[in-house]
Design a protein around this ligand. Sequence first.
Ligand code: UD1
Ligand code: CA
Length: 463
Amino acid sequence: MSSSVVAITRPLTAVILAAGQGTRMRSALPKVLHTIGGKPLVRHVIDTALAVHAGRPILVHGHGSELLRQALADIDMQWAEQREQLGTGHAVMQTLSLLPADGDVIVLYGDVPMLTAATLQRMQEAARSADLVLLTVELEDPTGYGRIVRDAAGGIAGIVEHKDASAAQRAIREINTGIMLASARRLRAWLPQLRNDNSQREYYLTDIVALAANEGLRVAAVHPANPCEVMGVNDRVQLAELERYYQQREARRLMTQGVTLRDPARFDLRGSLDCGRDIIIDVNVVIEGHVTLGDNVVIGPNTVLRDSRIGAGTVVQPNCVIDQAEVGANAIIGPFARIRPETRLADDVHIGNFVEVKKSTIAQGSKVNHLSYIGDTEIGTGVNVGAGTITCNYDGANKHRTIIEDDVHIGSDTQLVAPVRIGRGATVGAGTTVFKDVAPGKLVINRKEQREIDGWQRPVKKK
Ligand code: UD1
Ligand code: CA
């Protein structure tokens, strides 16, 4: 199909099954709220459904409903409660009153997070010439899964669950991933026909396959591009395996876009990253929330960037934490710097080792290079803050602001007791405690007296 032709597919509604308890996670959190790449499993599924323009998804919930509602409050969704988990067919039955009159329904699992929109699209395309589309894979070891039973002509005749399967059927390696697509109209006709006369006394959704086949309808199978797309999470080992799969996939995507990752196996994306050109990311960098990096940015090893923007040409040296901050272009940050929320650093700013900056703005070309705390502060352009400078912003009850105007030089080991303003071009002598405003251009000092004591003996340790 040429890219100028828009595929005509019927409106799609996603039914996401998430009522199971997830016992093997051994967790107080519902299984589908555990995260991959910093995002709850079920959100991956919802986002994939929305990526193929599925309308308001229907979530079938049972265990941990309250926590689910809290965690997903921002999503326009429909909620179908399944009080008792009587099987996947029973789960979909709970959505009957919510299903649209027309269009297609895709059944997804809330604990199968890596499914791609491309695979869903291929299922939609297959649905143009089939009444029921299954997503299936061949596994070396199909133990536990429902098997795809085919007739002599190779057509799909039904699905038999592992526990109900004969020895011959257990030898079948093509398995049901559980993900399937059918028209809402057909689904509404099939669901009431499901019975629970099987070894697990469950209403199997998979029984709709035999119903379709018996009606002479066409059942098609589509395979995912990568088998990991249909892997479910049942325990924390599988969670970690899929986390790795996800991280490799995202690392590959970024490298394809032109980002250098020094080691894609030591990079973690827990959110989204917008990148300019020729960015270099060293090992053990963690990206959280939404991060934007300009052209030629270099991120050193062992750095965490969370919800921040970093301008072109800036170098973040090793071991920094930058959280909800904006850094301009050609800045140098770190090593060992902590840039906290609501900080804005302009172009050419230098923040050095063991410097913490919180809720402050630092204008172009200013430097805070060593061992300092800058909080609730406005620093102008061309300011040099000496080693060990502390803004005393907290009086024990309230926070106060410090204003440091352009071209101020602050000597080492200085305390600036807020609220306080240092006028433009002023100089603060080393070791000064500034507790009153300083006028522009002045030198301010409050040195202690220095004396030398003759004949002084160091104490000696008693025997
Ligand atoms: C199901 C399929 C099986 C398939 C396998 C793939 C049926 C009868 N069997 O197996 O063919 O190979 O998935 O993993 O459909 N759920 C509910 N309510 C329920 C039961 C399940 O919401 O009453 C949800 C679970 O939370 C889970 C999903 O449905 O997300 C699948 O349930 P699970 O018990 O893992 O699958 P099986 O029924 O064993
Ligand atoms: Ca089950």
